[in-house]
Design a protein around this ligand. Structure first.
Ligand code: ZN
Ligand code: ZN
Length: 334
């Protein structure tokens, strides 16, 4: 099969690879569309010790079953594979399973990803594509599930409903935009501010999201003002902005993995009782809920997604890397 293979730091090669083999309880999916995630970019930069080259990246995947139980069915994949037996799995927190692995990773065990013509996947990770969802748009379900999970974790901790709350989103990438769309269109958040230094991206997001879009250094971002702050970048400087902007008693949702350490204002966090929540992935229930939100068209037009062919994947990665791409999400079509 043809595949886009991550072969070294900032290096992707479109080449011939062995087809995946179907094993017990798994199916082979002929991939239609596969989204480029921030975590794929992280790997591309050589900064992910769970994704070591050579490896086929990609975990936001839709396609058609080629071999397995439901041959011919159009599907969307939940790429988070878990053991199904531990305390977390039994209690609906599959994403915390210590045997968890995502497609497109090879540590601790290998699971080739979706930037290829075919991918193998356990049957329980396969969801039928909702009829109202385009197969090429469907990979957006995965990052949307990440965003829904994050928004609902924050919602639970807030002292008042989201419809009466002010939210700040740091980062206008896919997770930032999707968190904003869920806050605004599903949860009817009272006021949303979104910040990003990349003006192109910010401009693109403002076409679809009802929010005040501004540069992170804008004087209009008021300190101690926001009930809930989403740091979708995860750098020392964005965490600094988050803790400055959050209200006493407020909530910070930390989704980004860009810079795992650095200084942080623990004094304010303590004196002002700030709730800081790290979040990763989603539960199976979140994934199902997200499919419903998308099939009901609750997030509006998805025209902010850009599409490229798999064979041009390497240049798509380059464009995301150098910031020349305005789209918050690029999906590769196979
Ligand atoms: Zn992802
Ligand atoms: Zn488990």
């Amino acid at each position: 099969m043809r595949a886009l293979v991550y072969t070294g730091t900032q290096e992707l090669v479109y080449r011939e690879e062995k087809n995946p083999q179907a094993t017990n309880g798994e199916s082979i999916v002929k991939v239609s569309a596969s989204g480029i995630c921030g975590s794929d970019m992280h790997a591309y930069h050589g900064k992910d010790n769970r994704r070591i080259p050579p490896l086929i990246l990609g975990h936001e995947i839709s396609g058609t079953i080629d071999k397995g139980k439901f041959v011919g069915k159009k599907v969307i994949l939940n790429p988070l594979i878990t053991c199904g037996q531990c305390d977390y799995c039994i209690n609906g927190k599959e994403h915390l399973c210590d045997k968890r692995i995502i497609l497109g990773m090879n540590r601790p065990i290998e699971r080739q990803g979706g930037f290829a013509e075919y991918v193998s996947i356990p049957d329980q990770n396969i969801y039928e594509l909702p009829r109202t969802l385009e197969i090429n748009e469907a990979p957006i379900a995965e990052p949307a599930a990440v965003a829904l999970h994050a928004v609902e974790l924050g919602e639970k901790e807030l002292s008042k409903p989201l419809k009466d709350s002010q939210g700040l989103i740091i980062g206008a990438g896919a997770i930032g935009l999707l968190s904003g769309l869920i806050l605004s269109k599903v949860k009817h958040c009272k006021e949303i501010v979104i910040v990003d230094p990349n003006k192109k991206r910010l401009g693109e997001c403002s076409k679809y999201l009802n929010a005040n879009a501004m540069s992170p250094d804008s004087k209009n971002i008021i300190n101690n003002h926001f009930d809930i702050v989403f740091d979708t970048v995860g750098m020392e400087v964005t965490r600094k902005q988050a803790i400055q902007a959050v209200k006493p008693g407020g909530v910070i949702i930390h989704i980004g993995l860009t810079q795992p350490s650095g200084s942080f204002d623990f004094r304010k966090a303590t004196l002002q009782e700030i709730t800081f929540i790290g979040t990763y992935c989603y539960t199976n229930k979140d994934f199902e809920k997200t499919l419903k939100i998308l099939s009901d068209k609750k997030l509006g037009e998805l025209n902010w997604i850009e599409y490229r062919e798999l064979k041009d994947g390497s240049s798509a990665f380059k464009q995301i890397h150098n910031g020349s791409c305005a789209a918050p999400k690029i999906i590769l079509l196979i």
